[in-house]
Design a protein around this ligand. Sequence first.
Ligand SMILES: Cc1cc2nc3c(=O)[nH]c(=O)nc-3n(C[C@H](O)[C@H](O)[C@H](O)COP(=O)(O)O)c2cc1C
Length: 223
Amino acid sequence: MPDDPDFGEMLDAAVKAAGDALDVPITIADPEQDDTPLVYVNPAFEKLTLYKASEVIGRNCRFLQGDETDRTVTDELADTCRNKKADTYCLVNYRKDGAAFFNLVAIQPISITRAHKMLMGCQFAFTPTQTAGTLARTCAMIDRAQRQVRHGARTEATQINTHDTFRLDTVAMRFEAAFVRINDQLLKSANGRMLNELALGREHMRYPRDLINAAPGELAETR
Ligand SMILES: Cc1cc2nc3c(=O)[nH]c(=O)nc-3n(C[C@H](O)[C@H](O)[C@H](O)COP(=O)(O)O)c2cc1C
């Protein structure tokens, strides 16, 4: 459950504050829970989709999809999520008011604890400068282009529009920055937690009584 106290511990306030401060829409979902529900969305995501966090936490992010969403792309996306991999896709999504938009979605696993991985998503509402045919067809084209950009080949990508491929690269950089920011925060929080545990551990350590009661300088070093 997202409001489970254990969850609060796993994705602490500092990580949420870092996400809240980002202007890139971000989402975090928990693949350890049934149907990978969203456990966090930031204000930029609320602004993009018009959904409030309280309406979407606990739901799988597929509620953004609709009639024109390409199912071959969502199948691949499902595979990425199931295997906790990283990848980027272009999908037709719908805002709460029903308006369709191209959504460039990057998924990346993040480590909440050593044992628990969650999935972080970055969204980018994309308006191609050159539209061709239906939303779904254009989206499939951009999806392929995005893969080519990632793999260094640009033939089809250049056919779409150099302006668009340039934007794809810029967006990829913004995504990367968001992932780095959240990962940094997770690391800091994990270190903080570890230090806390160490400090607590020390408090609860049992020292021999004579060691505790000994006056300074009274204890001889054992050799
Ligand atoms: C962190 C995260 C963010 C996601 N963001 C989106 C999104 O913005 N738009 C979308 O259509 N799907 C998004 N998805 C994908 C869907 O939640 C789901 O995984 C996809 O539809 C494939 O699964 P399905 O075939 O069971 O629906 C996201 C998934 C994860 C884990």
